[in-house]
Design a protein around this ligand. Structure first.
Ligand SMILES: [Mg+2]
Length: 261
């Protein structure tokens, strides 16, 4: 169904989720898990071998340690839970999870990560127009990912998993994260835009009172994003590169038949 795109240049501020919105981070996470689990499975003779299907069935979307426990449980393998400060060499659920985090950091440093081209172009456009922008991410790797992607300097405000832990912010879908992002940027959520690819994040932004919640459908599904609170759903942020431009024929028009992605 055609729908008008909001004019992001008129927002007080725009707060972006990171993973899946600005960077295709999921691929790096998937490769890091494969490095770790291939090694564990081989050394412990666990069968069948670790596969991408395992990632989606047992690991994706879960907290790191829960993903480890869930996957091992699927092979009837039980190891001690351990503790969050276990060394990456420890053969515990936490140790294996920490090993994955180290592998993720190594992959980021060695291979880098490129931002989605449409997302990079949009943050460049907003920056050029003087619209304040920030990042609201649950990840504790947000700073590393932003730096590896070469886009850290665009964002005066980054509210991430480390800030959340320090300030006692509740996880998405609670309002805390997106509320904190707007507060740190000094903007009113009721005149600002949130951009999210996850239902939990869209719900967080809606709960925080954002005027516009842009859902970026990278596979979650438009209906799910809308149900969670997205007010508009796109498949890539490049659709905003023409919308709202001074010479755009869709600017401030009453048209109800604007293009969609
Ligand atoms: Mg995301």
């Amino acid at each position: 169904m055609p729908e008008a795109l909001p004019d992001l240049l008129r927002a007080d501020g725009v707060l972006f989720d990171l993973d899946g919105v600005l960077t295709p981070t999921a691929e790096v996470h998937m490769r890091a898990w494969k490095v770790v689990f291939d090694d564990v499975f081989e050394r412990w003779n666990i069968t069948p071998p670790y596969s991408d299907a395992d990632y989606f069935d047992y690991v994706d979307g879960k907290k790191r340690y829960d993903g480890v426990a869930s996957l091992l449980h699927s092979r009837n393998v039980e190891v001690p839970w351990g503790a969050v400060d276990d060394a990456p060499e420890a053969e515990t659920v936490c140790g294996i999870g920490n090993r994955k985090n180290a592998a993720f950091a190594t992959a980021l440093r060695s291979e880098g990560i490129a931002p989605f081209p449409g997302s990079l172009a949009l943050i460049e456009k907003l920056t050029a127009a003087g619209v304040p922008i920030g990042v609201v991410s649950s990840s504790k790797n947000a700073e590393e990912v932003l730096t590896a992607a070469g886009i850290r300097h665009f964002f005066p405000v980054v509210v991430d998993g480390t800030v959340a832990e320090r300030d006692g912010l509740a996880s998405k879908p609670a309002a805390d994260m997106f509320a904190a992002g707007a507060a740190a940027l000094g903007v009113d959520p009721a005149r600002s835009v949130a951009v999210e690819d996850a239902t939990s994040g869209a719900a967080s932004a809606a709960a925080a009172g954002y005027a516009t919640v842009v859902g970026v459908d990278r596979g979650t599904g438009a209906d799910a994003l809308r149900a969670a609170g997205a007010t508009v759903v796109v498949t890539d942020l490049d659709v905003f590169l023409t919308a709202g431009a001074p010479d755009s024929d869709t600017t401030r028009s009453d048209s109800d038949s604007e293009e969609t992605a």
